[in-house]
Design a protein around this ligand. Sequence first.
Ligand code: FPP
Length: 247
Amino acid sequence: MSFLEQIDKERIPQHVAVIMDGNGRWAKRLGKDRLEGHAMGAHRAREIVDAANKIGVKYITLYAFSIENWQRPESEVSGLMSLLAKSVASQFADLIKYNMRLMTIGDNSMLPADVRQEIEEACRKSAQNTGITVVIALSYGSRYEMLAAVKKMLHKYESQRFDIDSITDSDFESCLYTSGMPDPELLIRTSGEVRISNFLLWQISYSELYFTDVLWPDFGEEEFYKAIVDYQRRERRFGKTSQQIKA
Ligand code: FPP
């Protein structure tokens, strides 16, 4: 039986986050340039978005470029930037047709102007769509996001002098890039690395983590469904006991 057939349609995660890792190693194995690995990775990104949409996932967040990635060689950074703009213009050109909404999280101000314009336009055009939300993490770092949230709150305090001791989780969440989104129930990381790399640290507090050795350019639709099936076999307890969950 295929993994797709094994999925319980009643327990689809609302939000899946993905660390798309292994493009460079994939390219190296095939004697190709690293950028070819990223290009193949961009194709997979679209395939996985379609797979997520097909089973009813509402949000998918793809870690496309971290703040730390700015430190990569200039040629790789500029290659990745133009790939991102090209991908949005080509692979994600039919967002409207499929009722998908595109969003980004991260510090867009650091992006080259043409890339930013391309992406912002696609986000604007698709803002009213009601199907799956595709969130691209671009120039994103979780510590940076949390620090920005703290600064936002302090600026608000300067003008509103609210009661500091009554600040809640949701007050803080409303200052994050992901404000209004459900937390990911599932985080997938490909390529055999078992770490989080500064991705959605606040939001994945209770997420199920799925690590696979498959390199991102090889991570096809069935691999995605396999991760969903694995997630559905787990018991999510949120700090409670198994008995409490079953009661
Ligand atoms: C990590 O692999 C991957 C990246 C830094 C870039 C990911 C970007 C894409 C897949 C393009 C996405 C496009 C869209 C539109 C979402 P790595 O280079 O760190 O691989 P390595 O660890 O094997 O060297």
